[in-house]
Design a protein around this ligand. Structure first.
Ligand SMILES: Nc1ncnc2c1ncn2[C@@H]1O[C@H](COP(=O)(O)OP(=O)(O)OP(=O)(O)O)[C@@H](O)[C@H]1O
Length: 201
């Protein structure tokens, strides 16, 4: 379970979260809210990629800033850039070597990424870049999967592959998306980011 404990976060003069206390326990959560409301920031805090101005973010009682907690978390967000000098295949090989997981050729094929595996990341199209980013978030099957606008740029066939994957994913999934979503099997809890801000103590 992901827990925000007395989390405040500010950028320069902008106070985004103030003393946020929240337990994210549902297996599938969709965050929604206006542009600039703080969805990406919340996901980056949850992944331990941003340090809160104060308070703690915990996953399974461990501070997400700890490397052992980070190993259990995967994230895809456009703000997290992939190394552009590598090929898609080289990045996937590196990622799976690091996490000791198989490079899932079936999933890569379902996403129609196979013909682009030897393309340099800098030269990938927007949609194929998004697919690669998603693969680096989930191939190692982290217990917590954080996805920022995962459907942006995906064609309809890939969108269906991702929807099914999210439906069946064995861990917890928290995603930020502007579009209405429905999963077939897993109920999706929808949380307005403004509501979270209202829950600040
Ligand atoms: N590194 C940063 N430095 C300064 N301000 C930032 C930084 N990152 C985000 N912000 C600001 O924090 C606010 C929330 O940004 P965030 O990207 O979390 O919003 P969002 O809800 O994901 O927006 P969108 O729907 O447009 O993706 C915005 O006003 C943004 O300009």
């Amino acid at each position: 379970m992901l827990t925000f404990a007395h989390v405040s976060h500010s950028f320069a003069q902008q106070h985004l979260f103030a003393d946020l206390n929240m337990q994210f326990s549902a297996p599938r959560i969709q965050l929604y809210g206006a542009n600039g409301s703080g969805k990406t920031t919340l996901l980056l805090l949850a992944a331990g990629l941003l340090t809160p101005s104060s308070g703690q973010v915990l996953f399974e009682q461990q501070n997400v800033l700890q490397p052992t907690a980070k190993q259990q978390i995967g994230i895809s967000a456009s703000k997290i850039q992939l190394p552009e000098f590598m090929s898609a295949q080289a990045l996937l090989n590196f990622h799976c070597h690091q996490h000791q997981c198989p490079v899932d050729a079936v999933l890569i094929d379902q996403l129609a990424l196979t013909p682009f595996l030897h393309t340099k990341i800098a030269d990938l199209s927007l949609g194929n870049y998004k697919k690669l980013s998603l693969l680096t978030a989930l191939l190692h099957q982290p217990r917590l999967l954080l996805l920022d606008e995962p459907f942006n740029g995906l064609d309809e066939a890939s969108r269906q592959v991702l929807l099914q994957l999210l439906d069946e994913y064995p861990g917890q999934v928290i995603l930020a998306s502007h579009e209405p979503l429905a999963l077939q099997h897993a109920p999706l809890q929808q949380i307005a980011i403004e509501q979270l801000k209202g829950m600040a103590a």
